[in-house]
Design a protein around this ligand. Sequence first.
Ligand SMILES: [Zn+2]
Length: 162
Amino acid sequence: MLCVGCGSSTVVLDNLCKQCFTTAIHRRVRKWAKQHDLFQPKEPISLPKGNDLEAVATRAIFEHAIKTPHIISEEGKQIEAWSLDHELEERLAAVLRSKQRSSGTRLLTFVTRQEMRAYCKAHNLKFSEPAEDSAESKLVKQLCRDDPSLKFGLLKSFEVFS
Ligand SMILES: [Zn+2]
């Protein structure tokens, strides 16, 4: 299989090679951060700790995708370990169990766990798998089993109705 971006023969995910996939993720995350005005220049930022997939991906992608000058500080604005899957699970819990949604600064709301795995593997980052045993995570898996890209549409539909 060849990369649809550059024709290279080492495909990582979605018909993209490591370089094209990485660029696409960084671009998407930068756009998200800009649209939601997440970071101000020189704003103190606190990144998630630990070796969970979402925390590792958040740290790595923040470091490489966000060009705004920032200060990393324990007391800074807390960036949550987050993913598109996480977002969908929380939104479903809000609908199905009237569970209140938490608020926080989320950089990777538009990146799936599958993409994070591919990103971490491509860049040799070690991570541990998150526990995905909630009813909502099973539901998301079931709904998007045949086509993981449905997750993007699902999130967009939540955005429309909320
Ligand atoms: Zn490529």
